[in-house]
Ligand binder design. Sequence first.
Ligand code: 3PG
Length: 213
Amino acid sequence: MAQKTDKLLPILEGQPVIPVLKIDRLADAVPLARALAEGGLPAIEITLRTPDAVDAIRLVAEEVPEALVGAGTILSTRNFEHAVDAGAHFIVSPGTTQELLDCARMSDIPFLPGGITPSEIMSLREEGYSVLKFFPAEQAGGTAFLKSLASPLAGIRFCPTGGISLANAHEYLSLPNVVCVGGSWVAPDELLKAKDWSGIAALARQAARLPRK
Ligand code: 3PG
């Protein structure tokens, strides 16, 4: 099984929202992961968009047993390997390259690649992928676009991210071809700067309660 959906789906089906995190200060990683898990969002995606991201993944994997840390913004096999070495439980990419697919095939860690257009999705389907990231969701056509994919590309489910917030998440989560959504709104910069972990736990609690299909 190319995608290891037996490992990936329980993570994505376990909560309606996967927090997409950009860690600017390494010291924030552990308290942030703890706050999100306490609020009901144990699975998190730490994006490789900051210099300390891989160390943040390692710290969370080692020190927060209640969290399930994944790695996002994986653009190269080097990123993939570093994230897996650090202890990432799943790997997320905004798109797909053949190199990443080859790397994922050799790995035990599940991979959530990005695909938007029917042709991209069909290519991933041929590679054995049935769960895809849909990024940037709002900018690419949002729920109307996803609804149009449901019938011709039946059997493919998505984790949309990009421009999703508490205000529109329920529209995505009501679609049968959406497994969960991803978003950064549960860990806003101002709360991170203020180290307001209880505020972040409260946002997580609100997100964790969102109903889905
Ligand atoms: C991602 O990588 O999934 C997105 O950058 C998250 O988008 P958001 O910040 O609009 O939630």
